[in-house]
Design a protein around this ligand. Structure first.
Ligand code: T1G
Ligand code: NAD
Length: 647
């Protein structure tokens, strides 16, 4: 079957790309399009061409699987120029997503039309590269530099309606894309054609524009190289002739394609796509998930209910009493109202989400739920009592899940009827934002239950990673090692602020001590005290000393740092120096890069132990946990990738 085929609709030819799963621009597709230009230019019956894609989306971009190999002709920039130079006007008909090279091909066409809900974008920077087939020189000729800078340096796609307002597409249709595209092409033939995109004029912004954008892009990039290089290409497109700017872009693309950051980002790209469908569950059918219950409407319960509703799943929210239920529903409503304020949801969508929640204290409401997720207090007695009620109230085949962070799920499930349907689903706060979902089976968990956990992860657009049972599973276990290692540096006299600065320079949003002050030192302290009360030997930490002195973080006006009233800016604390004086060696200096390399190596060492104990199946899963659960910089690939682990 040819990946590119041509049919005729009167004087308009239809070129169809059919290259599942996402019509990527493989060499065969590029060759097929190249040959189509020749044959259609030579056909006197053909006056215009409509380019469509079969399947679920327009061209999703260059074929990422070809990136590791030498580029093969026809090269994409040449193909885009060839389409633009065709004797007959081409109309790109976009559904799904036209991304990267896909949108560049569309910009080589004389017109672009889209169906409502389609997206266009240039996500190359998320792969550590820049558009390599004229994206930085054609986009400004359609939409101007303000929009082009946002589109190219953020890598975020825009929906068809916005693309129309920016001039990136010429028309948007409610349905029947191909028929409308054919009509559009025929109508275009009755009028003077607009000039090809490459010869449309650009208005070069003043130098101040670029200074301002460079600051903003550097801040957002947080150490990633590609966004700044993309900005340079855009400035070149403003200040140099098309051909010179195109050559500069191509050189930048080829230069970045072989970079460490691009290799790391491709690693993450493929790991993210492999995660929701683990090989060992291939062929295991998940159970249907048509309705869910959430027990506990606190921080996590409300977030979990929100993410379920975002996926269109009806939710029954259960709390201890009406007062707590009101609080839970208020938290949930606030989540959706925040999304409306940010333009993520319409008011109607927010109302629909709330309408899909049944709030009650009566467990009988769960009698037909397919799935129930428990998110009550982190106390084994409370949890086990909840699961006893669930076993009595729910169907015997209903999936029962715990969101516990530190309790052993086997203890929670002890004595549960039909334990094969029990599983740990560890969401991260805020559960409706963080994509990481640690899936923790107990020995009795059936493969079907496990496959359903992953199916839920896909439905919720999460990054699901299977974890074995150990204290803190994968993420919180590495977090503990990271924090212990950071405290060890403090004991050696390294300044707290230097350690945080080192990790921020490395690419984390904040360092380990700032993060504890933000989240609260008492959460981990209570976990340690619980372990001590249970007879475990848990050595005193510096954090213990601070919490015992009432320093729990920002919420008490001070933790590792002091905070002026109403100010969240961390200030080095003389009180902390006094409190810890007997436990810290005299001040010592350590190069920030050395601090970061040491702490990342500590994370990776714990990751290796996690692999050795089969708590995680592969190193890339650990990278995904750190990137999606703890903000590890994607462009470093994760702690395992960054320290040379492959697999
Ligand atoms: N190349 C090859 N395979 C791809 C691919 C691509 N560009 N994009 C996705 N796939 C595979 C993916 O591995 C998975 O495979 C399947 O398609 C479904 O993907 C010159 C150089 C399009 C929004 O960065 O954003 O063009 O696991 O699960 O959730 O300037 O895929 O099924 O075997 O993500 O429906 C720029 C990346 C490339 C787009 C669909 N393009 N893809 O999402 O499906 S660089 C991108 C996506 C470039 C030019 C430069 C998403 C999607 P498998 P999926 P989805
Ligand atoms: P929380 O205190 O904010 O909420 C717990 C809720 O459970 C409260 O609203 C309480 O009223 C309710 N509850 C208690 N007993 C109940 C019962 N018998 N029936 C119904 N509702 C009951 O706690 P949280 O932060 O949401 O944590 C909940 C669970 O999620 C814990 O197991 C915690 O370890 C886990 N978790 C927390 C985080 C986090 O960052 N907070 C992250 C991941 C997992």
């Amino acid at each position: 079957m040819s990946v590119v085929s041509i049919t005729r609709e009167g004087e308009v030819a239809v070129v169809t790309i059919d290259n599942p799963p996402v019509n990527a621009l493989s060499q065969a597709v590029r060759q097929g399009l190249w040959d189509a230009v020749s044959s259609l230019d030579a056909d006197p019956q053909v006056r215009a061409v409509v380019l469509v894609c079969a399947g679920r989306t327009f061209i999703a971009g260059a074929d990422v699987t070809e990136f590791g190999k030498p580029p093969q002709a026809p090269h994409l920039p040449d193909l885009v120029d060839r389409i633009e130079g065709a004797q007959k006007p081409w109309v790109a008909a976009i559904h799904g997503s036209a991304l990267g090279g896909g949108f560049e091909v569309a910009m080589g066409c004389r017109f672009r039309v889209a169906v409502e809900g389609a997206s266009v974008g240039l996500p190359e920077v998320s792969l550590g590269i820049v558009p390599g087939a004229s994206g930085t020189v054609r986009t400004p000729r359609l939409a101007g530099f303000e929009a082009a800078v946002e589109l190219v340096t953020s890598g975020k796609p825009v929906k068809a309606a916005k693309a129309l307002s920016l001039g990136l597409v010429d028309a948007v249709f409610a349905d029947d894309l191909q028929a409308h595209a054919l009509a559009y092409a025929r109508d275009a033939l009755t009028r003077d054609l607009p000039p090809p995109v490459s010869v449309r004029p650009v208005t070069a912004p003043d130098p101040g524009f670029w200074d301002e954008k460079r600051k903003a892009v550097a801040k957002a990039a947080k150490g990633a190289e590609a966004p700044l290089r993309a900005l340079d290409c855009l400035r070149k497109a403003a200040e140099a002739p098309f051909a010179e700017a195109l050559a500069h872009e191509r050189q930048t693309f080829l230069d970045l394609r072989g970079s460490d950051q691009a290799a790391a980002l491709r690693h993450v790209f493929f790991a993210e796509r492999a995660a929701p469908r683990p090989a060992h569950l291939k062929g295991v059918d998940p159970l249907p998930l048509r309705s869910a219950g959430v027990i506990g409407g606190g921080t996590m319960g409300a977030g979990i209910a929100a993410t379920l509703r975002d996926a269109g799943i009806p939710v029954t929210l259960i709390e201890r009493d009406d007062e707590a239920l009101k609080r839970g529903m208020a938290t949930l409503r606030a989540i959706f109202e925040g999304a409306v304020k940010r333009g993520k949801l319409t008011e109607a969508q927010a109302q629909d989400r709330m309408a899909g929640v049944t709030a009650t204290t009566d467990y009988a409401a769960l009698s037909d739920a397919d799935l129930v997720i428990e998110a009550v207090f982190e106390e084994i007695g409370v949890k086990r009592a909840v699961f006893d009620q669930l076993a009595a109230a729910c169907r015997p085949d209903a999936l029962l899940a715990t969101n516990t962070s530190y309790l052993d799920p086997r203890l929670i499930a002890e004595g549960l009827q039909n334990p094969e349907r029990f599983i740990g689903l560890h969401f991260f706060s805020p559960a409706n934002v963080m994509r990481l979902l640690e899936i923790v089976p107990v020995p009795e968990t059936s493969d079907r239950t496990l496959a359903t956990g992953f199916a839920l992860g896909r439905m919720l657009n999460k990054i699901p990673v299977q974890s074995g049972i150990c204290e803190g599973f994968i993420g919180n276990r590495i977090l503990k090692r990271y924090r212990t290692s950071a405290e060890a540096l403090v004991r050696k006299g390294i300044a707290i602020a230097d350690i945080d600065a080192a990790m921020r320079d490395y690419g984390l949003a904040m360092g380990p001590f700032e993060a504890q002050d933000l989240g609260g030192l008492d959460i981990a302290y209570l976990q340690r005290e619980g372990a001590r009360a249970a007879g475990q030997d848990v050595p005193e930490t510096l954090g213990d000393v601070l919490v015992r002195a009432g320093r729990k973080g920002q919420k008490t006006g001070g933790g590792w740092y002091d905070y002026a009233p109403g100010d969240r800016k961390p200030q080095p604390s003389a009180a902390v120096a006094d409190l810890l004086a007997e436990r810290i060696a005299s001040p010592a200096a350590m190069d920030r890069d050395a601090i970061a390399r040491h702490l990342v190596a500590e994370m990776a060492a714990e990751g290796q132990a996690i692999l050795d104990e089969s708590i995680a199946a592969k190193a890339s899963d650990i990278d995904l946990v750190e990137i999606h659960g703890y903000g590890f910089p994607r462009w470093r690939g994760g702690p395992m990738w960054a320290t040379g682990h492959r697999g």
